[in-house]
Design a protein around this ligand. Structure first.
Ligand SMILES: Nc1nc2c(ncn2[C@@H]2O[C@H](COP(=O)(O)OP(=O)(O)OP(=O)(O)O)[C@@H](O)[C@H]2O)c(=O)[nH]1
Ligand SMILES: [Mg+2]
Length: 211
């Protein structure tokens, strides 16, 4: 995928602020500081479009980035950030849950996991919840550059086993630092968008078919 244009659109705090464009949306979920914003920047080859920080919990809204005239990346608030008050966390939870369950343009959730560590309880719960609700997802393990290449497969195995990952779910080994997995992930995203378009066309054909 060639990215000619990438722009920040809005930090949405509620559905009324979601962009009206009928474009596919690819959301990024993962714990705070795992590298969601960095992954967006790497995918579009821009250093700082998506705001990154060494302070966890900075992204508190749904941040929309428009890529060409083709799709949106939606950077979700990171979960598992202890210093945010519990009540506030629950409000975010509901808001994100609504988005993930009911947003019609959502085509794929990238569940971002730190390759270095076994998935946390929050990661496991998020994976199980997405599966339970039939939300299409791709597991992306990031920060691969932080461990030696010889250790990658061992870590991949731990991640897949800890999540009890479905073999049919796409998986990408990634590093925002060195660009590992970028083309593969674009392939997964394009497949997800195409798959949806085909299903919609089939449904339309079924509706329009003569009795
Ligand atoms: N070495 C290395 N560092 C990374 C990678 N991805 C992210 N980081 C670093 O990890 C830190 C957090 O990255 P962010 O992209 O801001 O993480 P985030 O998930 O968006 O965090 P929140 O917005 O707080 O939820 C930053 O210091 C990044 O530079 C990676 O692939 N390799
Ligand atoms: Mg972020």
């Amino acid at each position: 995928m060639k990215v000619n244009q990438a722009e920040f659109i809005i930090s949405a705090v509620g559905p009324s602020q979601y962009p009206p464009d009928a474009l596919p949306e690819i959301a990024l979920a993962g714990r705070s500081n795992v590298g969601k914003s960095s992954l967006i920047n790497r995918m579009i080859q821009r250093k700082n479009l998506a705001r990154t920080s060494s302070k966890p919990g900075k992204t508190q809204q749904l941040n929309y980035y428009k890529i060409n005239q083709d799709l949106f990346f939606v950077d979700l608030p990171g979960y598992g950030y202890a210093q945010v008050s519990k009540s506030k966390r629950e409000i975010w939870g509901k808001f994100i849950e609504e988005y993930l369950l009911h947003r019609e343009y959502l085509k794929l959730v990238l569940l971002i996991i730190d390759l270095r560590h076994p998935p946390s309880k929050d990661d496991q719960a998020m994976y199980a919840w997405l599966k339970h609700n039939g939300v299409p997802l791709c597991v992306v393990t990031t920060k691969a550059d932080k461990i030696s290449k010889g250790q990658w497969q061992k870590h991949v195995k731990i991640v897949k086993e800890t999540l009890q990952m479905d073999k049919n779910d796409p998986f990408v080994l990634f590093s925002s630092e060195i660009g590992l997995g970028k083309d593969e992930l674009w392939g997964v995203i394009q497949d997800a968008i195409r798959h949806e378009e085909e299903e919609t066309t089939l449904e339309e054909e079924a509706v329009n078919a003569p009795e």
